[in-house]
Structure formats: C-alpha cells, structure tokens
Design a protein around this ligand. Structure first.
Ligand code: DGT
Ligand code: CA
Ligand code: CA
Ligand code: ZN
Length: 571
C-alpha cells in the first residue's frame, strides 16, 4: 500500500508550492488531497488502476495525474521542478513555530539558509533583522520556536509509546519471576510525547526477565543486556530501559523513575527539611540512616508527610504544596465520562454509519453520543441539503435504539469568523462545535479575532481543537489563548480538549489555564471510526494533567444536565 508515500509527496508539493509563492489555493488543494488519502482505507494503487482517483473527495484531475505519475515513477514532474527552485530540506524550517513559507523563501533567497542550525546562527548574529518585515520581536519568536522544535526531536507520541509499553508488559507478565511490572517515566505521567520508556520490574531473579526482554520480537537493537538493567531500541527508534529492583524498594524506584525530574528534586528538598533523604531505594533518616519507607509509593509520600500524588500531577506545578495542604484535586477519571460529544460518520470523512457509532457508544456504557460531521468548505463537508437528511437519520436511529444521539456539527470557522453553514440548520442542531481547519497561517491578531467572532455567535457551543496543532507534525496556529479563555468565560462557550492522540488540543497547560479561569471544557475524541471512541483516555489524561475535576468537564454531566446547558447557552 503506497498511501503514505503518496501523502508525503502531496505534502511536500504543497510545502514547496507555498515556499515558492505559488497560488495558495493550489497548495491547499494538495493538502486537502493529502488528508483525504491519509484517511483512505483501500490501497491507492487499487484506485489508480481502476481510474477512480478523482472520485476521492478532494482529489481533482490535476492532482490525480500527479498521483498516477508518482505511482509509475516514484516522483512527479511538478515536484522535481519545485525542488530545483528550493531544496526540499527547507521544509524542516516550516516545522518551526513562527516561520511561515514566505519567511522560509526570504531566508533562502537572501541568506541561503537551509537548516535550523543556520537559522539559529543567523538569528543570534543579528542578521535576520536586516531582512524586510523582520523585527526584533519576530526574531525572538523564531528563536523560541527553534527551542521548542529541538525539544520535540526524537520524541514519540504518547499513544505509540503506550502501545509498545503495553506489549512489553503483557509479554513479561507471563514470567513467574516478575512480581510487579510498571511502566514509569513520562509515560506514566501521560505526557503527550515520550523520550524513552522506563519500565520497572520487581523481582528476586531478574535473569530470565532480562533475557526475555532483549529477545522480544519487536526489539530492533539491543543496547545493553545486564541483570539490573537492559536497554533496547524498538519501533519508531524508541529506547526502552528495563530495570530490575528488589520488592523492598519497588515503591521508591517507582516514585523515582516516574519523575518528573523537577518533581523529584522538589520532593527531595522538602524531605531534607524534615531530616529525610530520598533516593530510588527508599526514604531514610538523615541522622541514623534508618530506612523508613520504600516498599510502596504511598509509603514514600507518607513518610515525607504527603498523600500519594497522581503521576499526571508530578511536574512541580504546585502538586507538593497541594498534597501537603490536603488540597489535591479529585481528578476526573474515564469512568466519569458519560458521553461523546465530537464524532464523525460516513456523511463526512468518517468511516462508520450513525447507527454503528451509536452502538459503539452504547457498548462503552455511554449515556449519549453527539454526531458532529463536518461542514463545507472541507471537500468532504456535508452540504446543507444533505445535512437535513443527516438530521432526520440521527433522529430515526436515536428513536430506534432508544439511545440519545445529539444532532451536531463541527462547523468550519471562515477566515472572517463567520460559519460555513446556514443559520436555520445550525439552529435545529443540538450541539455546534466550531473549528478552524483551513487558512491557518494567519497573523495572531487576525486569527484571534476570527475565533473570538465565532465564539460570539450564540449558536456556537464549543470551539474544537482550539490551537490546530498536530503533535510532531504541525505547530499550533498563532492565537492569543488568554483572549480565547476570557471570551469563553464571558459568553459561556466551552473549549475542547480534543482527545485524538495526534492532536491533544487544548494541551495540558492551556487546559489548566482555562480551567483555572473557570472555563468549561469538553473532552471529544473526534472519532472518525467507531474504534476511535477509545481515544477518550488520552483526553482524560490531558484533563488530569490540567488538574481538572469532573465538574470542569461538560461530558461528565448526565444527559438532562447536558441538554440544559446546551439550551441555556442559546437562550
Ligand atoms: P522523557 O523520557 O524525556 O519523556 O521523560 P522522563 O520523565 O521519562 O525522563 P527520563 O527518562 O530521563 O528519566 C526517568 C525518570 O527518572 C525521570 O522522570 C525522573 C528520574 N530522573 C532522571 N534523572 C534524574 C535526576 O537527575 N534527578 C532526579 N531526581 N531524578 C531523575
Ligand atoms: Ca523516559
Ligand atoms: Ca529513561
Ligand atoms: Zn476538526
């Protein structure tokens, strides 16, 4: 199946077109086609053979020709031409927040900059401010963007790391020598990306466990094979460290290797004030060296005068003070979630029917489901006439199943802040999520105004994936989060924590700021097929990292209370 390669070709074409300053609509068409093919279930070669490429929504004649050419010779004339003008590695620069295609072209044309290192050097040497339209502030933003970009390099998205970790845990659990197994580190804290996996095993006989670990079929390279520690590389170049510890110090090891480093340092300082030292073996009295805790993690925290702190909070963002004062939040859990509020069906770019999605939601024990298909101008958006039909289908299926299905929409926010759907339809819908999907490279003022305008529309209930970022793929668009939060509070619009593992948007910090301001959040999976409903756990993790309790999340409410909120917003 060549789908991924075709997607990469289309994306590169779009990037280079934008850098070359070609018609932005053409570049956007390539991006839309890339998204459509990424969502495709069948091999693209098959569609090409049947001459059905332009039947794919979002793929026009000329892009279909490019795809055919690419499948035949592994490249396209258009791409080759673009590559003679601008070297393909320039695309990396687009990954830096604050660097758009026009800037990339300028950097290359004037200063021959092609790499991130060269860009950083030029910025620090003051060479950028000599370029047109490049002020000191913009250069500071670029340097900040470079820092962020470096932090992301080599980090694996949480969902992928979690799959790998769960596989390892399942394999090692079969060994009787393994008393307890715990994936610690950033994974246990549900951080959105993971640098490496730190897995702990409590055992008195580690050799068979280590032997099994380094010979797992998924292991691509063994970096170290010892009795207390082994390290391997797995898919996505993810490094996995397995540490064997004695059961007596398993709690201390769990605490230490869960981190974060900042949390551990703060904890150690707090312990010192109480005459205690903490390390991965236990908690000890400084004066006598006597061990006072270590077998369990609860015991470690208790010895320092704290209640156990959920791993998601362990970032040194106030959790130690809260634990000391008995003021830790009662974090929202997956079990608190009563329904799904953001999902798609075949009517737009989803893969299942309304009924299939509803049955899947019922299987999860949900009390309700909202179908929120896309509006135009997305190629696959549901057109107004079809939306009326969709609305009828939702009501019929809901009646037949005796399961509440909210008729909703994920409506596109136009560049001027208006919505791409007839008002009379929006008014008939139970829930309206408004999102930005196009024209994302706007300046911060225009983008902020665009979203604020949508929020002021009384028909809108929530803003979907409010920053548009895709983890490790696309930086957030530029928008003033504090302004969105203020407005959300003032007009009573909810902000989404999009639980799709490639989005997680709002992220933990923005979600916490929103929650702290008193803004209501909703967790939506943006499911495009029924299996995606299970992404909810990633959204809940973000909410937990944002210190959210059930009351901060709209879809923890029972159906009647949810309906109340939705109607009240409109009155
Ligand atoms: P990652 O792998 O970059 O996603 O993040 P972590 O948090 O998993 O960090 P990692 O793998 O470097 O280390 C695992 C844990 O070990 C970390 O969360 C806390 C602990 N740790 C590592 N280095 C230090 C240190 O220098 N001091 C203290 N107190 N703890 C450390
Ligand atoms: Ca780690
Ligand atoms: Ca590590
Ligand atoms: Zn969306």
């Amino acid at each position: 199946m060549k789908n991924a390669e075709v997607v990469a070709m289309l994306e590169e074409t779009a990037d280079l077109m934008e850098i070359a300053g070609e018609n932005p609509f053409k570049a956007r068409a390539y991006r839309r086609a890339a998204e459509a093919i990424a969502a495709l279930r069948e091999p693209i070669e098959e569609l090409a053979r049947q001459k059905r490429l332009s039947a794919i929504e979002g793929v026009g004649e000329s892009i279909a020709r490019d795809i055919t050419e690419f499948l035949q010779r592994g490249t396209t004339t258009r791409l080759e031409q673009l590559r003679t003008k601008y070297p393909p590695q320039l695309r990396t620069l687009l990954e830096i927040q604050g660097v758009g295609p026009r800037t990339v072209a300028l950097l290359y044309d004037r200063l021959k900059i092609t790499t991130v290192d060269e860009l950083e050097e030029a910025a620090k040497a003051g060479k950028l401010t000599k370029l047109p339209g490049m002020g000191e502030q913009k250069v500071r933003n670029i340097l900040e963007g470079i820092q962020l970009w470096r932090q992301q390099q080599g980090r694996v998205p949480l969902s992928i790391a979690l799959d790998i970790a769960e596989g390892i845990v399942a394999a090692l659990r079969e060994l009787p020598e393994a008393k307890q197994i715990l994936p610690a580190g950033s994974l246990r804290r549900w951080k959105e990306t993971v640098g490496d996996l730190d897995i702990l095993v409590a055992t008195r006989n580690s050799k068979p466990i280590m032997d099994r670990f380094v010979s797992l079929p998924e292991v691509e390279k063994v970096l170290a094979h010892g009795t207390t520690k082994s390290s391997v590389l797995m898919q996505n170049n993810l490094q996995v460290d397995l540490r064997a510890v004695e059961p007596e110090s398993f709690g201390a090891a769990a605490q230490y290797f869960t981190g974060s480093k900042a949390h551990n340092i703060a904890l150690r300082n707090l312990a010192l004030k109480k005459g205690l030292t903490v390390n991965e073996y236990g908690v000890f009295r400084e004066a006598t060296g006597e061990k006072v805790a270590g077998e369990t993690e609860e015991g470690v925290y208790e010895a320092i005068g704290l209640v156990w702190i959920p791993p998601e909070l362990r970032e040194d963002r106030g959790e130690l003070e809260a634990a000391e004062g008995g003021a830790l939040p009662r974090l929202v859990t997956l079990q608190d979630i009563r329904g799904e509020l953001h999902s798609h069906t075949k009517w737009s770019d989803g893969f299942n029917t309304v009924e299939e999605m509803a049955l899947a939601a019922m299987e999860l024990g949900y009390e309700y489901l909202a179908i929120t298909d896309h509006s135009p101008p997305m190629g696959w958006g549901v057109k107004p006439d079809d939306f009326r039909k969709l609305l009828r289908e939702i009501r019929t299926v809901s009646d037949r199943l005796g399961f509440p299905i909210l008729a909703g929409i994920e409506v596109d926010i136009a560049p001027d802040g208006s919505l791409y759907m007839d008002e009379d339809i929006l008014r008939q819908l139970d829930i309206v999520i408004a999102s930005v999907h196009s024209a994302m490279r706007m300046d911060i003022d225009t983008m902020t105004k665009r979203i604020l305008t949508a929020m002021e529309n009384p028909l809108v209930h929530a803003i979907g994936h409010p920053t548009g970022r895709l983890i490790n793929q696309r930086p957030p668009y530029e928008v003033r989060m504090d302004a969105l939060i203020d407005k959300a509070l003032k007009v009573g619009v909810a902000l989404e924590i999009n639980a799709s593992p490639e989005r997680l948007d709002l992220n933990d910090e923005n979600a916490r700021a929103a929650k702290e301001a008193g803004v209501l959040l909703l967790i939506g999976t943006d499911a495009h097929r029924r299996e995606h409903l299970s992404f909810m756990r990633f959204g809940v993790a973000v909410a937990r990292r944002a210190w959210c309790e059930p009351e901060h999340i709209l879809n923890t409410r029972p159906y009647a209370a949810l309906r109340d909120w939705l109607t009240r917003r409109r009155s």
